[in-house]
Design a protein around this ligand. Structure first.
Ligand SMILES: *Cc1c(COP(=O)(O)O)cnc(C)c1O
Length: 358
């Protein structure tokens, strides 16, 4: 068996101890005589799995009882549609801080049912920074941001103060990568496949007063209230993905929680950015003040070199380094599960490539 370092933006690497534990438990979970994939979601043994996952998530992110945690399906993209269905009030007005591809997609959905106001945008510089001057509509029902822009490689370093307007955050690519204060947010959502587990699971953390605000024509299935009342068991949840996410939470907890994760993530990103900054070949398109710890785009001086880099890196066991098609160049996604060693290997390879291709 040989495993590679996978720099994919998502689905992404999972911690090896988690995969090993899942393999061990594949045929017989905890004496049940069956795989977690084969169990009734209503069984006692499965209930303890989902309850344990929620408890660990709450512990790791310091989520109080003022918030409901939901384990849903449909990906972060379904939330782009579900959030306006559930959070719009009489004003039907949403403010966005527009920072790239994912806020654009969220706006497309919101525009179908709401008046969308762009409170700030970084489109003028190709989304290479995070705007810091915003003008929020006083009557907005909520403000939507994307805390880490997976494709562009930018991150919010200060969470905007929206006063009494609920702040909604797409944290798909940086949830649990650094400490955050949940109380600053009305709703946090994330597809699991970057930092939390396998695809198929979407985590929603919503302040209790925002549950039950849906319009009366909102389909029952798309109401947060429906899933909150049934503890994410209104219908069959993504059972196996929740189980793996629970193992990921256990792994994080043993490492020292989100604070410890953040320290490791800062170290990893620093190693890569330090090299990009000293390199005469590779450049970063992102304003250094807003560089993501998770997704790091970089490029060689021309497309021919980029292609050669991606191909040779692949042969060296460093995979999925092509940049998003809208940005080009390369992108290294170094989520929680990427070991420091993987980043060191990448930098050593970049050094060698630079020497050989001067
Ligand atoms: C990956 C990603 C999405 C889309 O997630 P799906 O689960 O595929 O719908 C949305 N927002 C951000 C920030 C992402 O990184």
């Amino acid at each position: 068996m040989s495993r590679v370092y996978n720099f994919s933006a998502g689905p992404a690497m999972l911690p090896e101890p988690v995969l090993m534990k899942a393999a061990e438990e594949m045929l017989d979970y905890n004496g049940s005589g069956m795989s977690v994939m084969e169990m009734s979601h209503r069984s006692k043994v499965y209930l303890s799995i989902i309850e344990n996952a929620e408890a660990l998530l709450r512990k790791l992110m310091h989520i109080s009882d003022d918030y409901t945690v939901l384990f849903l399906q449909g990906g972060a993209s379904q939330q782009f549609a579900m959030i306006p269905m559930n959070l719009l009030g009489g004003n039907r007005k949403v403010d966005f801080i527009h920072t790239g591809t994912w806020t654009k997609k969220a706006m497309t959905e919101a525009k179908l049912v709401a008046n969308v106001h762009v409170a700030a945008s970084s489109e003028d510089k190709n989304f290479s920074y995070i705007p810091e001057n915003y003008t929020f509509s006083p009557d907005a029902d909520y403000v939507h941001i994307c805390t880490n822009n997976t494709i562009e490689g930018t991150v919010f370093t200060h969470i905007p103060d929206t006063g009494n307007i609920p702040l909604v955050a797409d944290m798909s690519s940086n949830i649990m990568s650094e400490e955050i204060d949940v109380t600053k947010f009305g709703l946090i959502f994330a597809g699991a496949q970057k930092n939390l587990g396998p695809s198929g699971l979407t985590v929603v953390i919503v302040r209790n007063d925002l549950v039950g605000k849906h319009g009366e024509n909102t389909p029952v299935f798309f109401r947060y209230e429906t899933h909150a009342k049934e503890k994410s068991m209104y219908n069959t949840p993504p059972c196996y993905s929740i189980y793996i996410a629970g193992l990921v939470f256990e792994w994080m907890d043993q490492l020292g929680g989100v604070k410890a994760m953040e320290e490791i993530n800062r170290e990893k990103a620093q190693i890569l950015y330090d090299f990009i900054d000293e390199s005469e070949m590779f450049t970063s398109p992102v304003d250094p003040r807003y560089r993501s710890l998770m997704n790091i785009p970089f490029a060689a001086p021309n497309d021919e070199l980029n292609k050669k880099f991606i191909s040779e890196a692949g042969k060296a066991g460093l995979l999925t380094l092509a940049g998003h098609r809208s940005v080009g160049g390369m992108r290294a996604s170094i989520y929680n599960a990427m070991p420091v060693e993987g980043v060191r290997k990448l930098v050593a390879f970049m050094k060698k490539f630079e020497m050989e291709n001067k």
